[in-house]
Design a protein around this ligand. Structure first.
Ligand SMILES: Cc1cc2nc3c(=O)[nH]c(=O)nc-3n(C[C@H](O)[C@H](O)[C@H](O)COP(=O)(O)OP(=O)(O)OC[C@H]3O[C@@H](n4cnc5c(N)ncnc54)[C@H](O)[C@@H]3O)c2cc1C
Length: 368
């Protein structure tokens, strides 16, 4: 049994705290913020399996049974169905608030709202330290920094993030479709950038649409224009789209820390890497890394477990990060060539169960 401090109670910090408490560790969890953003999250099969091991198997949302891939203005499309590949589902779409509520249910760890002032890594003879703004000093065995992608604590520990802006802004929100197909998620390439639509309930979809920043700003300021543009961009099979909430804009940047750990301190979640959201992999990827560390802890001490887990997981991180960015970078290719490539690519892909299985398993976090 060890003493752990988790800083940040976003989805990753909460799940990490639950996993450590499940192991029997003594956990303290800090987060001063009570307002959390509401997002539609595609939870991969690997994430659902981890949650089930932690006793969380009642997250509200919709199972994903089909993924439809298409490009606007290009003939042909590809449809992957979980059933035809022998899976009960590809994953599940959940609202981030429902996920957090499910993880917090019966959680023995309370969220403490005291602000963390600084963190120090383990020294030769000193344990890692967490210094609270009220002056209290904690000396746990391990500190997990799960405080998101804009963390001053991470910077003060000397971690330097690599950054690659996409020059794109994501608009995210919810719409109601007049002709929904239950359980079908959409990945659609539109002239401006990729558009993902995730089925949250029978007729409500969460969307993430990557756009040039000025276009995103204009559409956000003109909701009627946004709905018209979204309706024209989305798969026409969905019918009429109506807004369900007020969309928000997030500037997109790829950001990662090469080696996100120091003695006694590990960064997890968005703080360690922020990837393009359109493939819906950020949370899933981070949880695969966390799972590896938890497994390594059964065999090794804290610091060694970090190094073992990271070396095993790094390839997954590089692959997922690059694949997610590739969807955006496709839009730097001249439209004519890209459309031709998409038309050929989609028809080859649609005829190939092997390619479908490989893509599905990567998305589900089931790398072979
Ligand atoms: C538009 C969009 C769509 C996405 N869709 C998907 C998807 O479909 N599937 C998927 O797997 N991933 C998706 N992601 C990624 C996913 O949302 C993130 O990976 C996930 O939210 C990261 O969670 P986190 O806990 O690391 O960070 P955050 O959610 O940012 O949480 C950080 C927490 O730390 C707290 N904090 C900050 N500073 C301190 C401090 N000093 N002390 C204590 N607490 C602090 C904050 O209050 C916050 O609660 C998406 C991301 C975006 C932007």
């Amino acid at each position: 049994m060890m003493d752990a401090v988790v800083i940040g109670a976003g989805p990753i910090g909460l799940i990490a705290a639950r996993a450590l408490a499940h192991r029997g560790d003594r956990v303290r969890l800090f987060d001063p913020s009570v307002e959390k953003p509401k997002m539609s999250l595609a939870l991969a099969e690997s994430t659902l399996q981890l949650l089930a091991r932690l006793g969380v198997d009642d997250v509200a949302g919709q199972p994903i049974g089909e993924i439809h891939v298409s490009e606007k203005g290009v003939p042909g499309s590809a449809l992957m169905t979980a059933e035809s590949l022998g899976y009960p589902r590809f994953g599940r779409v959940a609202c981030s608030h429902d996920l957090e509520a499910a993880v917090r249910k019966d959680l023995s760890v309370a969220i403490e709202t005291e602000r963390v002032a600084s963190v120090r890594a383990r020294g030769v003879e000193t344990p890692p330290k967490v210094i609270l703004e009220n002056g209290d000093v904690l000396a746990p065995d391990v500190v997990l920094l799960a405080d998101g992608g804009r963390s001053p604590l991470t910077e003060s520990l000397g971690f330097v993030a690599q950054k690659r802006p996409f020059d794109r802004t994501a608009l995210l929100g919810r719409v109601r479709a007049s002709r929904p197909i239950p359980g079908r998620a959409y990945e659609r390439f539109v002239g401006t950038g990729p558009l993902a639509m995730l089925p949250l309930s029978e007729s409500i979809y969460g969307f993430v649409w990557s756009l040039e920043p000025l276009v995103a700003e204009r559409l956000l300021a003109h909701p009627t224009e946004l709905m018209a543009a979204l309706s024209s961009a989305a798969d026409p099979a969905l019918g009429i789209l109506e807004p369900v909430n007020e969309p928000v804009a997030i500037p997109l940047v790829e950001r990662w820390i090469d080696q996100p750990y120091r003695p006694g301190v590990m960064i997890i979640g968005n703080g360690a890497q922020t990837i393009h959201p359109v493939a819906g992999q950020g949370l899933n990827l981070a949880l695969r890394g966390l799972s590896r560390w938890l497994a390594a802890l059964d065999e090794s001490a804290v610091d060694e477990a970090m190094s073992v887990a990271f070396s095993e997981w790094k390839r997954d991180r590089d692959r997922t990060r690059l694949a997610s960015s590739a969807l955006e970078r496709l839009f730097n290719i001249p439209a004519g060539w890209r459309r031709l490539g998409t038309a050929v690519g989609l028809s080859v892909f649609d005829q190939s169960p092997r390619l479908k299985r490989q893509l599905a398993e990567a998305g589900m976090g089931l790398f072979s």
